[in-house]
Design a protein around this ligand. Structure first.
Ligand code: NDP
Ligand code: MG
Length: 401
């Protein structure tokens, strides 16, 4: 991973931020961190998908130079929402707009907090433009990990993980020599259905699946946690971030979500990073690195912490985990097909068009039936994404009926 030098960014002024996906769960928590350190940040650009009302509120508070809305159809609504608030703010729209916001000359740190494939191109462009990217959008690495690695090699761009497990691994690796890692352990809460009988998964409702025991997150990642696709995506994310082979990445179910992940070294030592499950901590660290800034985030209460449990995941019960391993082993466009099929299946589940168990079924069918291209270009990835989306949109589900 091409991390920033440990002596920090050049310059001592505030970090000039572009927050892509500012209206989401990670985006709004990033702004909570900015509120804690108003002198250390200057927000230059904010983007959303469609939620122009929340974006307008954020503009009023943070006064960026530029905003972008992902859905071009919302550009006029955004203009109206901002007319009385910020007449001079530059308004952009569509993927091009997000890319322009991410590569502005006055931006040095980009927070990648868009959900899904839509985050890929803006992050790639930001890296190519030499930006430091604090990356939450794991789908970018799942789909385009090889292109991200290439962009990091060929530019001054730098990547810092925001995902809590990957932030934990990153912290465990600091100060350790190259090639000293034996393997890493990604912890997983197991989601809301960890202890539910698999035979009842066909009856899972949307509200049950959205009820995550430990983390409050956007809808898509919450469903991914319930199917454990989230952990599958995180395996692929870890592979690219830390240059690991798949057999160096283990998953352990850890219901308390206190140990965020662990690294085992070649001498038998293991390092873990622990904390209360609160995304503001890894978000802040990705922005403060290599410093740690004193902050009032909730502390672990050791007296309350009576036990930490760990168990191997059940891939029969959670087939998405197995499918993610298989897609990564196949490489090429397979992870893009896995990701797009999953995005559409999750949307269809949230719209109550298909059942919970149809999500892995749809992904498995897409992987089985859509031809995989080796060593894809960005255009190949876009084509694979579109094909897998169409495939799952048209799939006559529920397949279980
Ligand atoms: P949310 O759904 O809460 O927010 C997503 C953000 O992306 C919103 O600002 C949304 O805008 C915007 N967006 C959605 N679609 C588009 C699009 N097509 N074009 C442009 N912008 C778009 O997601 P989260 O914050 O939960 O997750 C963001 C990413 O971070 C995901 O990849 C997730 O896996 C990852 N992550 C999240 C964690 C969490 O705790 N939430 C933890 C670790 C990783 P709008 O509001 O207008 O819809
Ligand atoms: Mg995570």
């Amino acid at each position: 991973m091409n991390t920033p030098p440990q002596n920090g960014r050049s310059g001592t002024g505030p970090r000039n931020l572009a927050i892509l996906g500012a209206t989401g769960s990670v985006g709004t928590q990033t702004l909570d961190v900015v509120r804690l350190f108003p002198d250390r940040f200057d927000v230059k650009a904010l983007t959303c998908g469609r939620n122009v009302d929340l974006l307008a509120e954020q503009v009023r508070e943070f006064q960026p130079e530029c905003v972008a809305v992902g859905a071009p159809s919302q550009a006029q609504a955004l203009e109206r929402a901002l007319s009385g608030i910020a007449p001079d703010v530059r308004i952009l729209a569509g993927e091009e707009g997000l890319c322009a916001a991410a590569t502005r000359a006055d931006v040095d740190v980009v927070v990648g907090a868009v959900v899904g494939f839509a985050g890929l191109r803006p992050v790639l462009d930001a890296l190519k433009a030499g930006k430091q990217v604090a990356l939450a959008n794991k789908e970018t690495l799942v789909v385009g990990g090889a292109l991200v690695a290439e962009a990091l090699d060929q530019s001054e761009g730098r990547l810092l993980p925001v995902d809590s497990e990957h932030s934990a691994i990153f912290q465990c690796l600091l100060g350790e020599p190259d090639r000293s890692v034996e393997d890493v352990v990604l912890t997983a809460s197991g989601g809301p259905f960890r202890d539910r009988a698999a035979e009842t998964f066909g009856e899972v409702t949307v509200s049950e699946a959205l009820d995550h025991p430990n983390w409050s997150m956007g809808a898509k990642i919450t469903i991914d946690s319930a199917t454990m696709m989230n952990k599958g995506l995180e395996i692929i994310e870890a592979k690219w971030l830390f240059d690991l082979t798949l057999d160096q990445i283990q998953v352990l179910v850890h219901p308390q979500s206190i140990v965020h992940s662990m690294v085992a070294f070649t001498d038998g030592a293991v390092k873990a990073q622990l904390g209360v499950p609160d995304m503001k901590v890894p978000i802040q660290y990705a922005l403060s690195f290599p410093a740690r800034w004193e902050a009032p985030h909730e502390r672990l209460d050791w007296g309350e912490l009576s036990r930490l449990d760990f168990a191997r995941p059940d891939t029969d019960k959670f087939p998405c985990l197995r499918l993610a391993y298989e897609a990564m082993e196949t490489t090429g466009t397979a992870p893009a097909i896995l990701n797009a099929a999953n995005e559409v299946a999750v949307e269809r589940f949230l719209d109550e068009q298909i059942g919970f168990t149809d999500i892995p079924r749809a992904v498995e069918r897409a992987l089985a039936q859509i031809p995989v291209r080796p060593e894809p270009t960005l255009d190949d990835l876009v084509a694979a994404d579109e094909e897998a989306r169409r495939f799952v949109e048209e799939l006559p589900l529920p397949a279980s009926n």
